[in-house]
Design a protein around this ligand. Structure first.
Ligand code: 13P
Length: 287
């Protein structure tokens, strides 16, 4: 069932686990995520960047595809369809109009005063449609889908200001990075506890790939209730295609069939990563 992410994250924060946001890129991606969480009886947030949405055809195509999969695969766990890093108000509105149930308005590129004003506009529009809203303060390092940022730690003041807009969960950047980490991640665990208590909001950890398990567990104990994972699933996909081609499987019989190219290793690899993350985050049987 498509739902917003508000209740699932409130419950996660209270019961000290995290719901995964797995970013999707195509039909096969969405399908394997949904099949895996249905088996594990876990709630899930499907993250879609503007770039991924364009790749798949647009916000309406994505909504239609996910609603269709939920129906055809008889998915019973709560699924939120979420815009990842919506960098303009219009992007968030377009996705909401198309049926997305959750949006991230990422105004972290602006001064906090403007970020607050714009986030508020998105919150007002989202509330009319029963859609949940995530905001970002500070900035996540690294690159995702062409959006590059430097690590910039969020301050308590910024968190308090943005919380007043009525958002449902908060990405307070505290050292995490999209893509590969150079060395050990330097996450601000003390600040997580402080900001979580001050705002009473579920926190969102971007850059969930490549963080050691011990740190993930500590982050969840410190108030992170949503953890975003993209890079590790992408790598699982591409390494599967690499193995398939390197083994020349595409040259045998009808091995060129895309369902075989993707289905033989990539889907299996992706499922393993998704199931491992869901298990680590503690959301099994929390649907
Ligand atoms: P990774 O690609 O580092 O897992 O980060 C995902 C993310 O934060 C999506 O917003």
């Amino acid at each position: 069932m498509l739902v917003n992410a508000k209740e699932m994250l409130k419950k996660a924060l209270k019961e000290k686990y995290a719901v995964a946001q797995i970013n999707i890129n195509n039909l096969e991606w969405a399908k394997i995520v949904l099949e895996t969480v249905e088996e594990l009886k876990s709630p899930i947030i499907l993250g879609v960047t503007s770039g991924a949405s364009k790749w798949m055809g647009g916000w309406n195509t994505v909504t239609g595809m996910i609603n269709g999969l939920i129906k055809d695969l008889k998915i019973t766990v709560p699924v939120a369809l979420h815009v990842d890093h919506g960098t303009t108000i219009d992007v968030c509105k377009a996705a909401i109009d198309a049926g997305f149930t959750s949006v991230m308005y990422d105004g972290s590129h602006d001064l906090v005063e403007k970020n607050v004003i714009d986030t508020k506009i998105v919150v007002e529009y989202a509330k009319l449609h029963n859609v949940s809203v995530e905001a970002e303060v500070g900035s996540v390092g690294g690159t995702e889908d062409g959006i590059t940022g430097g690590v910039n730690y969020a301050s308590l003041e910024e968190c308090k200001l943005i919380a007043l807009t009525g958002i449902d969960f908060l990405a307070a950047s505290l050292g995490s990075v999209h893509g590969d980490y150079v060395g050990e991640p330097k996450l601000g665990f003390d600040e997580m506890v402080e900001y979580s208590l001050a705002t009473k909001l579920p926190l969102v950890l971007h850059g969930g790939s490549g963080i050691p398990d011990k740190m993930i567990i500590k982050a969840i104990k410190s108030g992170q209730a949503k953890i975003n994972v993209n890079t590790e699933v992408q790598k699982a996909f591409s390494s599967g295609v690499r193995t398939y081609i390197e083994e020349n499987k595409d040259k045998v019989g009808t091995g060129y069939d895309p369902r075989k190219v993707i289905g033989t290793y990539s889907i299996v690899n992706m499922k393993k990563v998704i199931a491992t993350k869901i298990t680590l985050f503690g959301s099994i049987n929390k649907a």
